[in-house]
Design a protein around this ligand. Structure first.
Ligand code: ZN
Length: 235
């Protein structure tokens, strides 16, 4: 096996270091790209064949906690200090380790792309990831998402945030579930993806607080569905 080199190469969303060439940039990226079921994909109810009686529901156990924000991998990440928030899927706990966003959305639901998608990235004790995806429309109006939460702190001057990550989730928890990959290099899989089909509304001025250093487009193009199962859980 080839020796893995250049773990930390630069990559982006256009030109020679864009998505079509990520797998050529280093051996680590090449290895991840070998996973055949890549993300994101186009989601529609017409491709789902879910038996809701056997479907293992996702249970969400989020709580208010402290985060710091950092810029890397072409987006801003909110990273919790203590990873207290977690989800349970198939009786396994996955702790929330990172929240970041893409513009425009990476997943497409019923042929609709949205301006924004948040990813809530979790990890279990074995180091396996599980990601929740939430698509948002941007609005100038007072959105629901950030108004109903007392004692939320967004202190970008001191890189200290305090919020319950549930604020990023829609109230209605119906979602698609499928197995895919990371959408950024090294695009490795398998990763359990849960993408909510309720489109959130987010205030544009909230995003403007932290998107200054982020590329205009940080969204990976759609990947082939191939032979994979996509489930829809009506909640
Ligand atoms: Zn992401």
């Amino acid at each position: 096996m080839a020796k893995i080199k250049n773990m930390d190469v630069e990559w982006g969303y256009s030109g020679e270091r864009g998505p079509a060439n990520w797998h050529t940039l280093c051996d680590w990226f090449a290895e991840g790209a070998k996973f055949p079921l890549q993300s994101p994909i186009a989601l529609t109810q017409s491709i789902c064949q879910t038996d809701n009686s056997t479907y293992q529901a996702l249970s969400i156990h989020y709580q208010k906690e402290l985060f710091t924000e950092k810029e890397f991998k072409n987006t801003i990440h909110f990273v919790p200090f203590d990873t207290k928030s977690f989800v349970v899927f198939n009786k396994i706990e996955y702790h929330l380790t990172d929240i970041h966003f893409h513009m425009p959305s990476e997943h497409v639901i019923e042929n609709q792309r949205q301006p924004l998608e948040f990813h809530l990235v979790h990890m279990n004790a074995a180091g396996e990831n599980l990601v929740l995806g939430v698509l948002f429309d941007l609005t100038e109006d007072e959105g629901k998402i950030f108004n109903n939460q007392p004692d939320t702190i967004w202190d970008f001057a001191n890189h200290l945030q305090e919020f319950n990550p549930v604020i990023f989730l829609p109230e209605k928890r119906s979602h698609y579930h499928y197995v895919g990959s990371l959408t950024t290099p090294p695009t490795k899989g398998p990763i359990n993806w849960f993408v909510f089909d309720t489109i959130g509304k987010m205030k544009l001025d909230f995003i403007d607080l932290f998107r200054e250093d982020v590329a205009e487009n940080n969204s990976r193009p759609l990947q082939e569905l191939k032979e994979r199962q996509v489930d829809y859980y009506g909640g």
